[in-house]
Write a protein that binds this ligand. Sequence first.
Ligand SMILES: Nc1ncnc2c1ncn2[C@@H]1O[C@H](COP(=O)(O)OP(=O)(O)OP(=O)(O)O)[C@@H](O)[C@H]1O
Ligand SMILES: [Mg+2]
Length: 423
Amino acid sequence: MSRKTVKPKGSLIAALDIGSSKTSCFIGRVIDDNGTLEVIGVGNRQSKGVKNGSIVDLDAAESVIRQTVHAAENMAAEVMRGYPLREIVCNVSGVHANAFGHSVKVDIGGHDVTENDIKRALAKAQEKEAKDNLELLHTIPTFFRIDGQDGIRDPQGMFAETMQVDINLVTGDAVALRNMASCVERSHLDISSLCVGAYASGLSSLVDDEIDLGCTVIDIGAEVTSFAVFHSGYMIFCDAVPLGGQNITNDIAQGLTTSKEHAERIKIMYGAAIASQTDEGEMIDVPRLGEEGSGKPNHVPRSFLIGIMQPRVEEIFEMVRARLTDSGMQNVIGRRVVLTGGTSQITGMRDLGGYVLDKQVRLGKPIRLTGLPDAVSGPGFSTVAGLLTYAAEHIDEMPAEIMAQARPDSFVERAKLWLRENW
Ligand SMILES: Nc1ncnc2c1ncn2[C@@H]1O[C@H](COP(=O)(O)OP(=O)(O)OP(=O)(O)O)[C@@H](O)[C@H]1O
Ligand SMILES: [Mg+2]
């Protein structure tokens, strides 16, 4: 990916993931010229006021965000030397985002394609899509066509009359984003950029070959399962379904008539997505609802618990499969899937996912950061980890940067451009 601009060595970047179950903040420092990041501060708190990826109680969410960011700042204090954080990159839950393909043509006029021509094409697509109720999140050029020649990945330096660019545009719901911005700004932070959660999860958990050859990352969280398709080095599609591990916990609480707290513990200790020979006959203790500590627990076969969990996990994978089929991208999606997010840790997820999706599945977690403390290195932290990578290495895909850079530098260039586009 030769067009990539990376943040300079020494830059500090802060990232915030406001999830349905937890709010996490990572502060990272760029330690070399390739954009490699070292984590210098982390904060993680149970979310409040967040439901299905949406902020529903501004005060509650804001207080958790403040505590989380402070915890990360305190840990990073020595490196930050008293400078408070001013900006932060935030995730946008997939339920508030929409991705769609776009194609624009620009006139090059026989000269060699420059960085500016590309920015101009992207800005043209952005202008077409500007709507009041939507905010542009990502403008990702995927393929270029030069005078009819297909499949070009980097046209810079090539001579052309016209250039056509295929673009993956991702928009976010402006109202949901305004609520989030208002919470974050109350903590005296500006949002430097926004990134779809599943995109970030892919950036942190996929290896380069997967991003290049084709792979789908599925982040199964607490109340949202979001996914992103990567191909030829870029994210080409993303979407989400409003289901996750909390739905599984609720099913267990109902099915075993126990509290949500016990259901959550039982899910993590004994749960599985698929039955195996070894759990035949194994029994588990389930405290009865309202009789915790006093009455005798119920003895329930573990297979009964798995029987409650399996249909819900299947439903989640089936919904993802349906969305992927509807996206019309089956041909480029490839055979590889990486599962991440807190709920990917349920035993047997890989097998059941492989079966329902008919793909080769592996489990993924953040792999690109150095200095990550163990407690925050699991699959639940793929999103926040990837936000750092996004902010460090994907500046070229940020709509505001594109608009700012798409302007010709001098009056003469502006005049030439005007003549080319109008004559
Ligand atoms: N060891 C484990 N085994 C099974 N499930 C787990 C485990 N650890 C966490 N979970 C589940 O993972 C979910 C939380 O995942 P995650 O932290 O990715 O969600 P989130 O980012 O807060 O929410 P979302 O992305 O849905 O808005 C919870 O439902 C929790 O029960
Ligand atoms: Mg999440």
